[in-house]
Write a protein that binds this ligand. Structure first.
Ligand SMILES: C[S@@+](CC[C@H](N)C(=O)[O-])C[C@H]1O[C@@H](n2cnc3c(N)ncnc32)[C@H](O)[C@@H]1O
Length: 305
């Protein structure tokens, strides 16, 4: 399974698909929660490869839900969806009468479709508004967040979420640009690039944009809630598989999985001591996969007496 399926309308190449399916292959019959439905790539692979399960697909983005539902219509009621952040996993499962999950998948971050849709304001490669919300129906877009933020708070955001070295200088530039009336992604990126060293293949504003996106969507807060609420929902034999692209996210997953995996009652076992990474064939066709890391935790079956 080294081919990378891409939906022609909702373009997003699914990352570490074969590895994710291998991790879930022996889960018990029941419901798998795909916390990040996106274009439906992981969900389609699950529905195809694991006939014993249905999928409950979460996404904050109504466009992603619509695209995934259209793509997966042939699977009928084997797919349910929820327009909700995955931090609501416990509430949504309770409301739908789902007491335990056979599996949980989270493929963190944004989809290529979101990045490539100019009016969502995620990217400086296309001119768009300063928005960056994964769910454009809720919360505050970037320009509103910037209005109520101090330079110090913004510098912390840039440093912690984007590893931006000149974080204070970049925070100054971002807030000055906002004061000057800059409201577009390309203009903001130009202002940031103007105070950072050039060179290399990566645009100088890339890390700052990643940090701003993670801040607007509270991505680390979302992940922390998921890591607290999802493992207790796993049925015996159930598996949670998380793919992260950011060192802070991977650290959070690693710590929680290690901690749970060494619990006294053997409630959980760590399946991946080291993260699984994309192989050369995947890297060759999907360069975006280069920073992906997959970690897996399992709730063991009770020992036979
Ligand atoms: C990397 S894409 C997932 C791609 C998908 N696995 C596929 O193969 O097509 C991430 C998706 O998760 C959604 N997302 C990210 N964080 C979320 C959260 N906290 N709650 C719900 N959806 C989220 C994004 O809106 C985006 O559509």
């Amino acid at each position: 399974m080294n081919s990378i399926p891409t939906d022609p309308v909702f373009s997003h190449a699914t990352v570490l698909q074969a590895e994710t399916i291998d991790a879930l292959r022996d889960v018990p019959p029941g419901v798998v929660a795909d916390c990040t439905l996106g274009g439906g790539g992981h969900t389609e692979a699950v529905l195809r490869a694991l006939p014993q399960v249905q999928v409950l697909g979460f996404d904050r983005d109504p466009d992603a839900l619509a695209a995934a539902k259209a793509r997966l219509a042939a699977y009928g009621d084997r797919l349910q969806t929820a327009h909700a952040p995955f931090s609501d996993i416990a509430r949504v499962c309770a409301e739908r009468g789902i007491e335990a999950l056979s599996g949980v998948i989270a493929d963190l971050g944004v989809s290529s479709h979101q990045l490539d849709t100019a009016d969502r304001g995620f990217s400086f490669r296309h001119d768009g508004p300063l928005d960056m919300r994964m769910d454009p129906t809720r919360g505050q877009p970037l320009d509103v967040r910037l209005a109520g933020t101090s330079k110090r708070e913004l510098a912390d955001v840039l440093y912690h979420y984007g590893d931006v070295r000149a974080s204070r200088r970049v925070a100054d530039v971002v807030l000055d640009a906002w004061q000057d009336g800059v409201r577009s992604t390309t203009e903001l990126a130009e202002r940031i690039a103007a105070v950072l060293p050039r060179g290399g293949r990566v645009h100088p504003a890339t890390r700052a944009f990643q940090a701003l996106r993670m801040w607007v969507n509270d991505e680390l807060g979302q992940l922390e809630t998921l890591l607290a609420d999802a493992p207790p929902l796993l049925a015996p034999g159930g598996v949670i598989a998380v793919i992260s692209f950011h060192s802070g996210e991977d650290r959070a997953v690693k710590q929680v999985f290690r901690e749970l995996g060494r619990g006294k009652g053997k409630d959980f076992e760590l399946v991946t001591r080291k993260p699984q990474l994309p192989g050369a064939p995947e890297l060759a066709v999907n360069p975006r996969s280069r920073s992906a890391k997959l970690r897996v935790l399992r709730r063991p079956l009770p020992e036979a007496s």
